[in-house]
Design a protein around this ligand. Structure first.
Ligand code: NAG
Ligand code: NAG
Ligand code: NAG
Ligand code: NAG
Ligand code: NAG
Ligand code: NAG
Length: 471
């Protein structure tokens, strides 16, 4: 490299200071280029030839050099497949198979994320290309400096939230798990709101989130715009982007509670309810009010005999002054209908299913009773504890579950996966003795804690609760 420079400058016979400045400037450019090469994927031209050309140009006319270099920077932007099949077996762990060449930013107690442009991205923006909805390897990503975005790239201004999930953005529980880190990131960053959302599942583009999760995000962030990349088959680059790909990841328990406190509070205000929750906790005769809700579902995992189940709970509730039973059909409720019912619930009893995610809207420390069809306990794996986790994340008390033991046996009991599919959408029976004892115990427990709470300054509690709307 120095040789090339030397021979060239000699032939030009210019004064020493010009030579010196040229060499200095060229060296600077080269350092910059070498630095860039080190962090880029395969370059298809030889290093020495290029250096020579830049050295020449820098001396001749600087604006030419800049133009050439910018063109070369643009051409050197390298797109890689969004999903990296080499990591298929460990798709959700480590740096994941989504944008696998990039490491997460790790902050203690927080969910993993990536931010662009940042020191870690060396000031480069994130770009995406492709909008395949079936194959994540057909979509790609790259990093590029703002001055060197690939040709015809569209720059999307403002902040973009990018969420990739191994599960999905439709289901209430999975959708919430995928969005929680973004809500948290915003809380920590002056409650910044995104201009748009980009959703992926296994790197496949998703054009919408479920209506429940969308409304919850709307309650917190205002209008939700999901990007479809429909302005042509060109690269799209983001002025600022935050990427999450681990759902709740390493977020610590108290951090999760803060996120769920905020969402509860926001959803209540969005639906025109008091963000501090329900008001009066005692009836006219001074007995604590206990609101028990049977949250029903239709078809799969509904109760085989809902009338019988309702009868058992109604009987136990009627034994306790102040207990009020509501029986609601989750599918018939709008988003705000769900928020309203659960805001006014102290004990929710419901078969296992996504509708239970609504427990989020109850006041903290409220109770959850869950029911499973036959076969789940043995075959459903750890995923069946999703609502135990949900209760823990949102500050509720999971008061246990009942697993039906009566029903048809699956054809090959050794094969857990096959058995799970056999039982997955089964219906839930009941055990009158068990349900009655269980309901009695939980109602009693809630009554005691309400009596205790009644002595606490309610105004102070409400003030504390409404402070949860930190954003
Ligand atoms: C450098 O190149 C640019 C663009 O080609 C041209 O407009 C400009 O006049 C040149 N400057 C000198 C000093 O040669
Ligand atoms: C990502 O982290 C791994 C392990 O700490 C490290 O070896 C690797 O160099 C990092 N990659 C980048 C692009 O920073
Ligand atoms: C459901 O339970 C009720 C009350 O126990 C009972 O009268 C009714 O016969 C049951 N229905 C069916 C279909 O088993
Ligand atoms: C949630 O689980 C953690 C760890 O298992 C436990 O320490 C914590 O007390 C639980 N929180 C609630 C609200 O149950
Ligand atoms: C119903 O529950 C009671 C109380 O837990 C238990 O003793 C009984 O064996 C159960 N009945 C059936 C059929 O499982
Ligand atoms: C309200 O918050 C304060 C300070 O965090 C705390 O000391 C107090 O116990 C809380 N009151 C209630 C009723 O939760």
């Amino acid at each position: 490299m120095e040789d090339h420079l030397k021979s060239y400058t000699q032939s030009e016979k210019k004064c020493f200071s010009t030579k010196f400045i040229s060499i200095f400037v060229s060296s600077l450019f080269l350092v910059f280029i070498l630095f860039h090469i080190q962090y880029s994927s395969p370059f298809d031209f030889t290093l020495s030839a290029t250096s020579q050309r830049w050295a020449f140009l820098s001396q001749e006319n600087n604006s030419d050099v800049i133009e050439t270099m910018t063109a070369e920077l643009k051409d050197s932007v390298t797109f890689l497949p969004l999903t990296d099949l080499r990591f298929r077996e460990t798709a959700t762990t480590g740096h994941t198979w989504f944008m696998s060449s990039l490491n997460d930013t790790l902050e203690e107690n927080e969910a993993e994320h990536l931010y662009f442009p940042s020191k870690a991205s060396k000031g480069r923006l994130l770009c995406f290309k492709g909008r395949d909805i079936r194959d994540g390897t057909k979509n790609s990503y790259a990093l590029a400096w703002r001055e060197g975005l690939p040709d015809s790239a569209i720059l999307l201004e403002g902040l973009t939230f990018v969420s990739d999930t191994y599960y999905d953005h439709q289901n209430l529980w999975h959708g919430l798990s995928a969005m929680a880190p973004l809500v948290r990131w915003s809380m920590k960053n002056e409650c910044l709101k995104p201009s748009r959302w980009v959703l992926f599942h296994w790197g496949e583009l998703r054009l919408r989130m479920g209506s429940w999760i969308q409304q919850l995000m709307q309650a917190n962030f205002g209008e939700v715009k999901v990007e479809g990349f429909d302005r042509g088959d060109v690269p799209y680059c983001f002025e600022k982007a935050i990427v999450t790909r681990h759902d709740l990841g390493q977020m610590r328990q108290d951090t999760k509670l803060k996120v769920f406190d905020l969402l509860r509070c926001k959803a209540r205000s969005y639906c025109g309810l008091n963000p501090a929750g329900k008001g009066r906790e005692l009836n006219e005769r001074g007995f604590p009010i206990i609101r028990l809700t049977l949250l029903m579902r239709r078809a799969s995992r509904s109760f085989k005999n809902a009338t019988a189940v309702t009868g058992i709970f109604a009987k136990e509730c009627a034994r306790v002054e102040g207990c009020i039973l509501h029986v609601v059909q989750s599918e018939d409720l709008s988003f705000c209908g769900q928020v309203k019912v659960l805001t006014n619930t102290d004990i929710v009893a419901s078969p296992h299913g996504a509708q239970l995610t609504n427990m989020l809207f109850m006041d903290r420390e409220s109770s959850v009773m869950e029911f499973f069809p036959k076969g789940w306990l043995e075959n459903a794996g750890p995923g069946q504890y999703a609502h135990h986790w949900m209760a823990n994340q949102s500050g509720m008390k999971h008061q246990g579950a009942w697993w039906d033991s009566i029903g048809e046996e699956c054809p090959s009991p050794q094969d857990h996966l096959q058995c799970f599919h056999f039982h997955k959408d089964g219906m839930v029976g009941h055990n009158e003795t068990y349900f009655a004892d269980w309901a009695r115990r939980i109602i009693h427990q809630v009554k005691l804690s309400k009596v205790e709470q009644a002595s606490v300054d309610q105004a102070n509690k409400q003030q504390n609760d409404s402070k949860a709307c930190v954003c």
